[in-house]
Design a protein around this ligand. Sequence first.
Ligand code: PLP
Length: 525
Amino acid sequence: MRSDGLDPAQVDGLGDIDADAYRRALHEIADLIADYAESLPGRPVLPPVEPGSIAPMFPTAPPEDPAPLESILADYRRLVEPHATAWNHPGFMAYFPTSSSAAGVIGELLMASLAQNTFLWRTSPIGTELETVVVSWFRQALGLPEGFDGLVTDTASIGSLMALAAAREAAGLEAAQRGLPARPEVGEPRVYASAEAHSSIDKACMILGLGRDALVHIATDDALRLRSEALEAAIRADLGAGRRPIAIVATLGTTASTSVDPIADIADIAERHGLWLHVDAAYAGVVALLPERHDTFSGWERADSIIVNPHKWLFTPFDASLFLTRRMTQVRAAFSIMPEYLRTLDRATPTRDMGEYTPQLGRRFRALKLWVLLRWFGLAGLRRRIEHHMLQAQTLAGWVDADPSFERLAPVPFSVVCLRWRPAELANHAGDPVVEAFLDTQNQALMDALNRTGEVLLSHARLHGRFTIRVAFGNLRTTDRELARVWHLLREHAERLERAPAPSAASAERTPVQAVAADSRPSGG
Ligand code: PLP
């Protein structure tokens, strides 16, 4: 016997370990996983290491001999855990927090152990059919009509790629069969999305051979929402120039500020011009679980396709993204290919082979993880948590609004607060390039200072050209203690910042900025 209790004949010989040894190993892993979760508040959110410093801690050559589990786990604790960004830390408020609930982790373990590959019905009858059940549960819970069908994919990026591939088929380009090169009759395809749309839309255009030039970024209004009259004008201009509009992407919850495009107006435009309407609700779509928030989404039921990411704000470990569509036939047209070896011969033709609808063949059984999640929390439990995160954001927004040294840079429709430090004496100098550059530098320094504490992790965006600190709620473990703490840290570290740009000694003239700098020096200084 080895020190970890595993039989060397089983580890070193052929085959896998027996059931008892497997059970012992899994019990040990259970402790490890729970220990890590317990230890999170005491760890820094961002590991204090520099790029390139971790790989040299590992041997350069692969191991020739088997190692005992004990030694693998010791190295895991020593080399892996401390160098992981702690997404599950209660102070993780960067990007869109993706917290891995216990339910999600259990779902992942079950997925791995059941070893399903869901590309054909026969390669996973339960995988295929539970996926349709889970998609239908979500459709109902999100308040979408019965016409929506769909599947579970890995990411929103792939969901948007699938939507635009289907849109291309729906527009009659026949690209799946004939490709696009040397086909002048195809014209210049065009896709429309707001200037705030996620870069995955650009990537989808790149991958689909439409090119980034095919994506028209439509201007946004003061609240960073797509301007529908600008969209209409852009489509008309393209039609007038002989180009070929194929799809519009509306975003409900943009990445930087969580703004909400005017979906009903956009749906009207899509209908008027016969264009595929894809809705990217990767982050905010889960808010539609709250019946009282259905107004925010009113019009999305007219979309051709919608994506919502459980791995953003639904406590699901990465990855799981819902792809919902009223036009599965077009999705199939974009991706179906059935070589002989994949044909089902021993059963009646299955109602659905999932691999015909997706860019890749092999597929994980993500529906299992989502089924566990929905059962575990129930819709009521999910709604309560989402409401709580939006309340946390509103509370912080209220504190920011009441403090003359801070300002909010965007509305807070969901759970993200976009803010910057801006001392009261600079309020009347907004727009002055020197002041704006100064505020950009100081706010970046402020964010970096908070992130260096290890207590919280914040990320940034640029809104209306300004450096913006984003505080994102949505983490299952963020309590009101961390909410109060992040605000305390922001104010405390802001106190240490220079309050005005240094007057330029070189300049003979006193600019308004220099006047501010001079005026704000402590009296008697
Ligand atoms: N859409 C929006 C609005 C996002 O914010 C993001 C990522 O943050 C994505 C799409 C891409 O998500 P994924 O990583 O699932 O591809």
